[in-house]
Design a protein around this ligand. Sequence first.
Ligand SMILES: [Zn+2]
Length: 421
Amino acid sequence: MDDLILRGGIVGGAPQDLAIREGRIREIRPGIATPAGATLDIAGKLVLPGFVESHIHPDKAFVADRSPGLGRGGPTAQVLVAALKQAFTVEDVYTRARRVMRLAVRHGTTAMRAHVEIDPYVGLRGVEALLRLQAELAGFLDLQLVAFAQEGIFHDDASRDLLREGLRLGLPVLGGCPYMDTDQRGHIDWFFDTAEAAGVPLDFHCDSSDDVSRLTCDYVAEQTIARGMQGRVSLGHLCMLDVLEPDRRARVIDRLREAGIHAVSLPATEMHVRGRTDPRRTWRGVTRIEELRAAGVNVAISTNNIVNPFTPYGHPDLLRQALVAAMAAHLGNLDQLAWVPELITVNPARILGLADYGLREGARADLVVLDATDPAQAITEQSEKLWVLKAGRVVARNTRTTELVAALSGDARAPIGAGTP
Ligand SMILES: [Zn+2]
């Protein structure tokens, strides 16, 4: 007997039933008639695999009210947050990060890679808080933690040892930030050496400015190939690709593909932080999502920051990020909107190395049921995520209530207040 059957949802463009047994998708086809412990009528509602956040910072979320934020001639977001995090306690990080996780699950996220800052300012307090949260969220959200060097590693003697300690505490990914050090190649080399020694994948914040003399993603690709780490290196931002000459950009992107680099675009942050000093035009900073995808690079979009100086309006709702990306990166045609959901589902799942992920028989039943019939409608209307399932269990149920007067409801017989738009 199946545990649950979802009836009539839109899967792969057609209405189908979806049978779930022991946390996995047993079968997808129309008219499943086998007995089940429960059924859910989702007729005509779009089913997607659970959303996957591939780059987010819950440890520094919800601190916008502690900072003046970015302003003309003022300090950078890095400087503002570095000052704040010295006062972070384990309980403070835990409470704010938990708020992020609750919102993420409510909005359809079933797996997440989160960067945890490790440096002399905050020590390992963020690690302690996030490891506690990770244990509490088991069964609701898969949380993968990155030992992350936001402040660089060559400004002090403590950071490198602290990062190694983060790995010893069980963090399964090492995260660098080359542009925070003057010696970017030395920074990248240390991360490759350390990741090789620990046997962990790498995730760099990379090429976030428009100064092409500081380009490093080509060197990261070279090192990835030289060390046989293809498919185990991810690069966030990659804003610089946008301003490279087209011929050079094509060569660099081809090198990224050859190295099996995963690209993660962070459009909400780019549009808030980049292009603040040019008096002629406001560069938006978003990387070339469509060119990367067309060249065969695995590309994802992710939330990055939440209500802090980097992104004061950040929110861990990946459907919102899909709309932001569509707006920022010229992804508006129906064929483009049809593949945009891949950027928040199957593509980031590859980055996290999720086994048994996807909308297919045998995969784990991590699912989102949307109040839409197709991806374009879901993105455009920011449709409600009606049900969120983790391993076959409903972990969030959302509803929206709307009241329209009779003349607007489309049904003259309907009483005022009835119907949905
Ligand atoms: Zn980031």
